[in-house]
Design a protein around this ligand. Sequence first.
Ligand SMILES: *Cc1c(COP(=O)(O)O)cnc(C)c1O
Length: 230
Amino acid sequence: MSDIADRLQEIRHRLTQATARSGRKPESVDLLAVSKTYPVEIIQEAVEAGQILFGENRVQEVTLKQPQLSGKLQWHLIGPLQSNKVRKVLPLVQMIHAVDSVDIAKDINRIGGELGLHPKVLIEINLAAESSKHGFTPQAIREQLEALYELDRLYIQGVMCIPPFDPVAEKSRRYFTQLREVRDELEKFGGAPLPVLSMGMSHDFEVAIEEGATIVRVGSAIFGSRKAVA
Ligand SMILES: *Cc1c(COP(=O)(O)O)cnc(C)c1O
């Protein structure tokens, strides 16, 4: 087995154990393999090991890599999206994780309509209100949810977060709990289900699963450390 296949197997095993610990089914969590910065040869190894769901944070990379990989793969865009890339990326990805303003949501809605698509999106929540990070603060999303729900082409599926980095996984727990609580509150307030919680990365995905994650975004624990910062 390749290194990638080995690591994927280990991650899937840990994922299953984390679901068992929290009384959940393994199928209730999707493993999104974050392949940003890794070349297609490496990604192909993951494909051969049975991985079909991949995440990239730049439109450019999705565009370059997709045609070079075989198989029925699914792609999610996890990075911030600029208006001028919306038309290009919508037909290529099954989900956009990081809707971080009403303006970009409007662009996705309008262009989705022009292309005959109903884009699936998540709302990015900036829990710690870090100025270096994208997303709605919990307060801002309460005020702007209605404007998002007016955009009738969008399938708003849930929320995502990138908490402040701490190598100690337990330190992320309170942010994951908080994201789940924000989601619960938005469901009540908006009157529509938001089943998807995209949270947890290589160093803290098990804690995220214990707190209810339905998509974990795991890169370096599968593919090895990234040389270039993406
Ligand atoms: C890079 C990235 C990940 C994966 O990070 P790892 O620490 O390599 O698992 C997850 N989510 C987002 C938004 C990212 O940009």
